[in-house]
Ligand binder design. Structure first.
Ligand code: PLZ
Length: 447
């Protein structure tokens, strides 16, 4: 497996984390940047590639987050870099709505080909995941001439006004930012680990509860769309039981509503298939993508049924920068990398290594309540031993231990007690094993 990077693929610490140069620059960060922006690790990045991030003190840190599931093909992947350089030299911007160019069309063709379903599909491109979600809802409302949108507990869809309304968690995403847009209805999520009737009954009960609530509390004839992440990302890698997603999709089809899969985090090979809903045998009416689509450049898309995508009046969708030629060039490089390097298979392989390791740790440590995920999207949920009470104190201690030992891992979850692993799919195996060993030590010292 080529990492596409000439940076040595090792964990190497030459200073404490953060090192002196990083520490000195953090003052400039806080003087210049709004205090509202978070920060997972206080080091200043100099370069990154394959499975490592190198900071300005020369520390080489294993990247177990991929910039939140973005650099699946690695940082500075060859095909991405070459395409971007060529594109910048040719032209940087015309605005696709003003004067079109082929990169945009080719990305749409690739999305129409790669997303589930054999029917005629079309796409439109945007800048961010939130913008893709906004547009998916606009399209669904225009097509169905209905307004109600169903979303789920623990769901995350963005930080704009409409997507804040769709996102479940108040702090930090919504607190004080209201009022929010109306006609968004939140349903219970099929969350096996915390299902009130027990994990074994989640599959049977969750779908009934949700469909009943939609019928009684919203009215089926008012339902424009159900929007759901096939595996919830920020919510803590919650994997609904088989049949839940398919049941929602069927309900939409039977009732003239649209089923929208938010694959912003799960898409582009992350879960071992190109799109996670393939594993459910579900063909969404619309699918939103971003993150892993363009190797780190900002790009997002809505793809779906041609009749739905074409139902919007001419000029009804767009934006100055949406589908920038540079981001499209990067996406074509990233998609070629995913296909030619068989990164779906690679995601399954890395996923198997992570899962076996995490299940082993669960046997040893009573604070690991649940191990879950699919492909190279794996998580552990931390609890107080013997129950399901969230253990966010352990999480903080583990994340910190990993950082000071040169491993960057991300947290997630409504209760702030989930550790999620999202390595670049090109990460060498020995680096992944090294990161898992540090995680293991981090858990051991936290109990
Ligand atoms: N839908 C499923 O995961 C982004 C958010 C990071 P944007 N998740 C990372 C943060 O704290 O802001 C996300 C997602 C799903 C939509 C989005 C939104 O994508 O590109 O961040 O707008």
């Amino acid at each position: 497996m080529s990492t596409g990077s000439n940076i040595p693929q090792v964990r190497k610490l030459v200073t404490a984390i953060p090192g002196p140069k990083s520490q000195a620059l953090m003052q400039r960060r806080s003087d210049a940047v709004s205090a509202a922006l978070g920060m997972t690790i206080p080091v200043m990045v100099e370069k990154a590639g394959g499975g490592v991030i190198v900071d300005i003190d020369g520390n080489s840190i294993i990247d177990m987050g991929s910039g939140i599931a973005v650099v699946s093909v690695g940082n500075s992947a060859d095909r991405v870099v070459k395409n971007v350089i060529n594109q910048v030299q040719a032209f940087t911007h015309t605005c696709f709505m003003v004067a079109p160019y082929m990169g945009y069309i080719e990305v749409c063709e690739a999305l129409n080909r790669l997303t589930p379903g054999t029917g005629k599909k079309k796409s439109a491109l945007f800048n961010s995941g939130a913008e893709a979600l906004e547009n998916a809802v606009k399209i669904a409302r225009r097509f169905t001439k209905r307004e109600a949108v169903v979303v789920f507990e623990h769901g995350y869809h963005g930080r704009t006004n409409l997507t804040m309304a769709m996102t479940a968690k108040n702090m930090p995403y919504k607190d004080g930012f209201g009022p929010f847009t109306p006609e968004i209805y939140r349903m219970p999520m099929a969350y096996p680990f915390r299902w009130p009737g027990g994990a074994e009954n989640c599959a049977n009960e969750a779908l009934d509860v949700v469909l009943h609530k939609i019928e009684k509390e919203i009215g089926v004839n008012r339902l424009a769309a159900i929007v759901i992440e096939p595996i919830q990302g920020e919510g803590g890698f919650i994997v609904p039981p088989k049949g839940f997603i398919a049941g929602l999709s069927k309900f939409c089809t039977d009732n003239g509503a649209l089923f929208i899969a938010d694959e912003v985090q799960t898409g582009f090979a992350r879960t071992g298939v190109m799109f996670a809903c393939e594993d459910e045998g579900v063909v969404p009416d619309l699918i939103t993508t971003a993150k892993g689509i363009a190797g780190g450049l900002p790009l997002a898309a809505v793809t779906g049924r041609a009749d739905v995508m074409d139902s919007v009046h001419a000029g009804g969708l767009g934006g100055t920068f949406g589908g920038s030629p540079i981001a499209c060039a990067a996406a074509l490089g990233a998609i070629a990398t995913i296909e030619e390097e068989k990164l779906c298979d690679r995601a399954l392989h890395l996923g198997k290594i992570m899962r076996e390791s995490l299940l082993g740790m669960q046997k040893t440590y009573a604070i690991i309540g649940d191990v879950r995920g699919r492909g190279a999207m794996q998580a552990i949920e931390l609890v107080l031993p013997g129950g399901i009470e969230p253990n966010s104190a352990a999480l903080a201690s583990i994340v910190k231990y990993c950082q000071v030992n040169g491993v960057l891992i991300l947290s997630a979850g409504t209760y702030g007690n989930v550790i999620r692993l999202l390595p670049p799919l090109v990460m060498p195996e020995n680096l992944l094993l090294d990161a898992l060993e540090i995680l293991n030590q981090g858990i051991a010292q936290a109990i």
